[in-house]
Design a protein around this ligand. Structure first.
Ligand code: ADP
Ligand code: ADP
Ligand code: ZN
Ligand code: ZN
Length: 769
């Protein structure tokens, strides 16, 4: 126990007390975090904020909570390991509101996850006319309410005959493009040998009756046998319609029985569209016909939250009124966090991480719990500066209900409302892990830390933007909320696409633009879809060289130096951790007790090069590895390590599982594999996520280098430092959802400064004082 941090007895009840914390890169961190206050954790990316807040405080809180259960229950709960620390005391139950995607299945919508849909169901079952029955009759997850055509999914999957059939060709000439039924296959003989169709007529010229016969067979009409030859000699079989056969073999059966390859292939011949019976409303006709104040339940879920508040506000019936008011109160919380442009029927799987996080907040804001610890991971992600003020109000409201609020955040506006700031540093990875400052935001502004210096610094707007080399046109885009947008995206320069959340930035850039220019390289923050076995070393292809080096120097087989192969620890099969997956909870991982997380068999660890085992190499940061490999004269490894340095990730170790990386880190490691190109268009969605102000300088330098090497860079960004630094800005708006979807400005940052009617311009002027 660190004696310097002994508090008076009174104080210990008012602080969360951490002593000697050593998770990840933390160097014996001792902290007193005031309870009932809002504390912001800052510091460069990789400095150790998450290690304190999530890996130490949240994990220990959950572990202690689990210990309060009986042995019987505890055995069924995930096992949390005690975080590495001398003491963690005076914790309150922690609720983590992070950016992990919300349960992705298609039955989860904004309405169901916030529970507002159940309030609306009660409103319709008790006060709608004619009422379809009790409240489940309005549930699309219940057989009494769901549309029977689509089973409450709102969408149906059908074979896409425009893709399956080539209208210009005849059946004999390969009109069927679906490989299992193509000419020359066993199944295909049905359609080339049938005596009931003209197999030499282009299928595009078939009469309606002929087409129906092709797809559905004779119906009531007797069909003649098809003569097929299954190598052993000809025989006659019954004709089966192409559609009937496709549905029987590929739709109406357990698809998990098919190989992944077959499923992917079939997927290419399917069309997903709104259900023809309920038009996407998911409910059966009785439920859909019910009206409250002239509104149907589908009208309610389809309209934007902001409009729904207005509609339900007009329900003044003395009995229905209070239920409508309860729904309005919850809807207002959605609006208050800047998500008023969403509709209740929006599937949660289509929300961005930031939108999901803010929706999770809605649930907690409505709860009356006090004395909790709420932990937020960069809640400003995806928020325009205009909306950060509203976010701040919500964080403060949570605090004022008597909770402790901990926030890992870089945004100066969020830092400014903190009661207490903990600044981690001084650098990232092994260069970080210390508390470099504790105090108020005002004191931080005067502190000699990286964060303090950046808060004081005023950066100006770009005076000499680059000139475009050419332009890419997006024409008449109308997806989602875009209103027939035509815009020129300049090439050869750095363009920032801005606008409030929901204005249509991602739709324009990630959908409309990349559909028109599919060669663009999209560097997003999605997970790197491989296994828990991926590390920077495997992802960047460094591991191959390392294995060969160890084999050459030690005389052992190269495969021994791989934890995906013969070198793997037998207990954990080279994962280093053991997974316990519980259906009703987040899966939990614990360190393998045999290899202690090192992934390799004991014997492999005894084989060394330059005094280092392969595990030692995997534990090196990219920085240390650059030194180690400098002796090897292997340019390919050096180049890859330098790429990691260029994207600001030298603090990562070569063996750190990619699954532990934040979204922003994942995006930058993807970028590291993309450097050294020229003439390429890069599209980045909010690349400043997870980045400290100091890291943003590094990111901008990297983007500049990409542009100077002859590439085009398009970033979707809110961060005003990035906007000031861009050569060109395309601002969408004016607001979110249906009130957005238009280009309100295109030009240089200096021109933007003089523009009226743009929230971005307004905040840019504010930031420049
Ligand atoms: P921040 O939240 O400030 O960005 P983190 O606490 O996530 O920083 O990371 C601090 C250091 O610990 C970094 O070097 C990071 O790569 C490392 N780290 C984080 N999580 C893990 C993990 N699960 N395993 C190994 N190293 C980790
Ligand atoms: P931004 O990137 O500016 O935050 P988006 O392009 O994500 O905005 O969203 C613009 C509009 O399109 C919003 O009204 C949003 O709700 C809607 N939208 C975005 N993605 C989807 C989707 N997958 N399905 C339905 N609507 C969507
Ligand atoms: Zn339906
Ligand atoms: Zn093991």
């Amino acid at each position: 126990m660190d004696q310097n941090h002994k508090d008076t007895p009174l104080d210990t009840h008012r602080h969360i007390a951490i002593d000697g914390a050593r998770e990840n890169n933390l160097k014996e961190v001792s902290l007193r975090i005031p309870k009932g206050r809002l504390t912001v954790f800052t510091g460069v990316s990789g400095s150790g904020k998450s290690s304190v807040v999530f890996d130490t405080i949240a994990v220990e809180s959950q572990r202690q909570l689990n210990e309060t259960f009986t042995w019987f229950v505890r055995n069924r709960l995930p096992k949390y390991e005690r975080p590495h620390a001398d003491a963690i005391e005076e914790l309150s139950p922690a609720i983590v509101v992070d950016q992990k995607p919300i349960g992705g299945h298609s039955r989860s919508t904004v309405g169901t996850m916030t529970d507002i849909y159940s309030v609306i169901r009660v409103l319709f079952s008790r006060h709608g006319t004619p009422s379809a029955g009790p409240a489940t009759a309005y549930s699309f997850n219940d057989p009494t309410g769901m549309c029977t055509e689509c089973d409450g999914l709102g969408r149906t999957v059908r074979p896409d005959y425009d893709r399956i059939l080539d209208p210009a060709r005849s059946l004999a000439d390969g009109a069927i493009r679906f490989p299992p039924f193509a000419v020359g296959t066993w199944q295909g003989q049905t359609y080339t040998n049938t005596p009931d169709l003209d197999t030499h007529k282009p299928v595009g010229e078939f009469t309606a009756a002929e087409r129906r016969f092709l797809l559905r067979g004779g119906g009531g009409r007797a069909t003649r046998k098809v003569n097929v030859d299954n190598t052993g000699g000809a025989r006659d079989i019954d004709y089966e319609g192409l559609a009937d056969r496709f549905e029987r073999l590929y739709l109406n059966r357990d698809l998990s029985a098919l190989s992944q390859r077959t499923r992917d292939m079939v997927q290419g011949f399917l069309n997903e569209g709104p259900c023809p019976a309920c038009h996407g409303a998911r409910l059966n006709p009785a439920a859909l016909a019910t009206r409250v104040n002239g509104l149907g339940i589908a009208d309610c879920t389809r309209m934007e939250v902001t409009d729904l508040i207005g509609e339900l506000g007009r329900v003044d019936d003395p009995v229905a009124g209070p239920i409508a008011a309860a729904a309005v109160a919850a809807l207002e919380r959605i609006e208050a966090i800047g998500l008023g442009y969403l509709s209740l029927d929006r599937e949660t799987s289509t929300l961005s991480g930031g939108e999901g996080q803010r929706l999770k907040m809605v649930r907690h804001l409505g709860s009356s719990l006090t004395g909790m610890t709420y932990i937020f991971d960069e809640p400003s992600v995806g928020l325009h500066p205009r909306d950060v003020g509203r976010l701040n109000d919500l964080l403060l409201r949570l605090r004022d209900k008597g909770n402790t609020v901990l926030v890992a955040e870089h945004d100066p506006d969020v830092i400014s409302i903190a009661d207490h700031v903990v600044d981690m540093g001084p650098a990232a990875g092994t260069g970080g892990g210390l508390v470099v400052f504790e105090g108020t935001p005002e004191e931080l502004r005067r502190a000699d830390t990286l964060t303090g210096r950046h808060l004081r610094r005023a950066t100006g707007i770009k005076k000499h933007p680059r000139e475009a080399v050419g332009g890419h046109w997006v024409k008449n885009a109308d997806l989602h909320n875009l209103k027939n947008v035509s815009v020129r995206v300049p090439t050869g320069i750095l363009t920032a696409v801005t606008g409030v959340a929901g204005s249509g930035k991602s739709t324009l850039v990630s959908k409309a633009y990349t559909d028109a220019y599919p060669d663009a390289v999209v560097v997003d923050q999605s997970s790197i879809g491989i296994s828990g076995r991926s590390t920077p070393a495997t992802y960047l292809g460094i591991m191959d060289t390392v294995r060969k080096l160890f084999a050459r120097e030690t005389g052992a087989k190269a495969s021994l130096f791989s934890f995906n192969s013969q070198g793997a620890c037998e207990r954990c099969q080279g994962r280093g951790v053991i997974y316990s997956d519980l259906a009703f909870m987040d899966p939990v991982t614990t360190t393998c007790e045999v290899c202690e997380g090192r992934r390799f068999k004991e014997e492999v660890l005894r084989l060394t090069v330059g005094g280092r085992s392969v595990v030692d190499v995997l534990e090196m940061t990219a920085e240390q590895a650059l030194d180690f490999f400098a002796r090897l004269d292997d340019t390919s490894v050096r180049r890859r390590l330098e790429a990691l340095r260029d994207v600001g990730l030298t603090y990562l170790t070569l063996g750190q599982p990619l699954s532990t990386l934040s979204g922003g880190e994942r995006q930058r490691i993807k970028l590291a594999t993309q450097l050294h190109r020229t003439g390429t268009t890069y599209v980045l969605d909010e690349p400043t996520t997870g980045l400290h102000m100091a890291d943003i300088d590094g990111l901008l330098a990297l983007l500049d280098r990409l542009v100077d090497a002859g590439n085009t860079v398009i970033v979707v960004e809110h961060n005003l430092d990035v906007v000031k630094h861009a050569d060109w800005v395309i601002d969408l708006g004016p607001d979110g959802g249906k009130h957005g979807g238009q280009v309100v400005f295109e030009g240089t940052p200096e021109q933007l400064l003089r523009t009226e009617g743009s929230f971005t311009a307004e905040h840019l002027r504010g930031a420049l004082g």
